[in-house]
Ligand binder design. Structure first.
Ligand code: NAP
Length: 258
């Protein structure tokens, strides 16, 4: 009898990870490779991607690096095509993760900074997911995982553009799930709480970490590896009847209001 955990096995599948040059994306690229998937790491800082790809290849994983700027649509289709070419197979999984943060009071948010947030977190994620969906639809299978945020599920001070971009990404996830279900493409979102990455430095610099910690029932910030279980569930056949789901991975943060 086969083990019930074999449904999480990603051997034979290929994953495209945007924002794989640091933090959650870099960790997840390594994790998906170790779960058996061929992985394409995408971001602007290709020197960082190359270093991880070299490490994964030395461990006999199939991996490649492709340059991607999600705010420049002319880079998206070539990055996807190059990834499929280098991996030598169609991509089954998109970890749609590239994102930026901006913490500032609503009345002080500049047009330029607001544009950067929406261009990256919403328009960028939209266009990468669209590219993925077109390819996956022709193959009749795929799993798209949009990386939203607990900030998209509830209001947080000084997070107006960031929170609105992530709330819109959650709504987009649900519409994509509706439209793509009959094409064999599942679309779900993860809503992480505060995860310790470079992004977290923004909270540290502003001295608001302690206030945030008091609102996390589990009383610790997350690590990128805390997302592994939910990511594997959505990426693999274990999540085959799931689409349109939004999964908080936040130590209970989204439940807490005081
Ligand atoms: N850390 C948290 O507490 C937290 C909580 C909830 C949600 N999230 C979300 O998780 C995702 C990853 O964040 P992180 O914490 O891992 O932050 P991070 O370490 O700063 O990583 C952000 C990644 O996004 C990439 N990126 C940014 N702009 C890009 C662009 N225009 N084109 C392509 N890639 C771009 C960066 O790569 P390059 O600069 O090399 O392009 C980098 O790899 C983001 O969507 C974030 O909103 C994070």
């Amino acid at each position: 009898m086969t083990s019930p955990i074999s449904i999480f096995d990603l051997r034979g599948k290929a994953a495209f990870i945007s924002g794989a040059s640091s933090g959650i994306g870099q960790h997840t690229a390594r994790m998906l490779a170790k779960a058996g998937a061929a992985v394409a790491l995408a971001a602007r800082r290709t020197d960082r991607l190359d270093a991880v790809v070299a490490e994964l290849r030395s461990e006999r994983h199939k991996a490649c690096a492709v340059r991607l700027d999600v705010t420049d649509p002319s880079t998206i289709e070539p990055a996807w095509r190059e990834a499929e070419h280098q991996l030598g197979q169609p991509i089954d999984i998109l970890f749609n993760n590239a994102g930026v943060i901006y913490i500032e009071r609503f009345t002080s948010q500049s047009y330029e900074a607001v544009s950067r947030i929406f261009d990256t977190n919403l328009k960028g994620a939209f266009m990468v997911a669209q590219e993925a969906a077109r390819h996956m639809s022709t193959h009749g299978q795929g799993s798209i995982i949009n990386i939203a945020s607990s900030s998209g599920l509830r209001a947080g001070g000084q997070m107006s553009s960031y929170g609105a971009s992530k709330a819109a990404l959650i709504h987009l996830t649900q519409i994509m799930a509706l439209e793509l279900a009959r094409k064999g493409v599942r679309v779900n979102a993860l809503a992480p709480g505060n995860i310790q990455t470079d992004m977290q430095a923004e909270f540290t610099e502003r001295g608001i970490e302690d206030g945030i910690m008091k609102r996390i029932p589990m009383r610790r910030f997350g690590e990128p590896s805390d997302l592994d279980g939910a990511t594997l569930l959505l990426a693999s056949d274990a999540g085959r009847y799931m689409t349109g789901a939004v999964i908080p991975v936040d130590g209970g943060q989204v439940l807490s209001w005081m």
